[in-house]
Design a protein around this ligand. Sequence first.
Ligand code: KG4
Ligand code: ZN
Length: 342
Amino acid sequence: MNDPLILGLESSCDDTAAALLRGRDILASVVEGQNALHADFGGVVPEIAARAHAERLDLCVERALEQAGVALPKIDAIAVTAGPGLIGGVFSGVMLAKGLATGLGKPMIGVNHLAGHALTPRLTDGLRYPYLMLLVSGGHCQFLIVRGAADFTRLGGTIDDAPGEAFDKTARLLGLPQPGGPAVEAEARLGDERRFRFPRPLLDRPGCDLSFSGLKTALMRQRDKIVAEKNGLTRQDRADLCAGFQAAVRDTLAEKTRRAVALYLDEQPDAPALAVAGGVAANLAIRGALETVCTETDLKFTAPPLALCTDNAAMIAYAGSELLAAGAEDDMTLAARPRWPL
Ligand code: KG4
Ligand code: ZN
């Protein structure tokens, strides 16, 4: 029998997305970003995001159907992000899913957005449970042992900012464009990471928790000091600040990953693997450091292609497919949840 054809919907932050998936085949994946809408405000504005999702989600579905050459009645089930996220957007997705499920008489499943990220390496690489996952994005930073589609153990995470947020704030402090990650990485390549030594937060404490807000403050102080001394920043100052900052994030993530790997290996998994997901996983310095940890500890290292690392609906369709296959299904009482820990 054919795998079911699943329509995935994602609208929990600032990407509106729809995808069609059969098994592990992505037949279509449409992502409409909202960067331009929020650019003037220095961050995602919830009201603007909610409105854009409401206006665009059905168009994304139409485009996905067109791309896949599929008619709407042919879909077998609907998977929708039901949280966590900005409630207006999540609500749009859940309402559309309910409408489609009722109209078509097809099953519907609410998916945790974080589970979508966490299961992506099964979609892209067929990773076997249990694997270790480091989720690093603009909104999230956590270590998870992924045991099943609805079975996660959280080993630790950030107690304040996510690393992507720290990259974005650093870019803002140094007058670089948004999103800050790629801009800071490009500058760092020209800089000397040894000129400024920034703190490696929480390394003195046991466990896998992380903190990035102090790092940003340290960077701001250093910048102000240089500006006071020389009346401004040179290109080299900026590059050196970026290099020092990125090295601190890299070293902190690598050391905490080492600790998470040790906890995970205690369970003697069959095919030990570390997967990374989230926008920050695009950073080559950070990726390289994580790969080194995996080489040291004999773990397979997996990073899904970037388009599937960042927010998309294919990951939601995939997570939904595993949940549906396990017999889960939601009804019209499915709620949109701003908070929903794994
Ligand atoms: O996963 P994502 O697209 O969205 C969510 O946060 O949900 O991640 C976006 C974040 C942004 O903060 C961006 O600055 C960061 O990922 N990012 C990077 C790089 N590319 C994107 N951070 C560091 N280095 C990069 N090359
Ligand atoms: Zn996300």
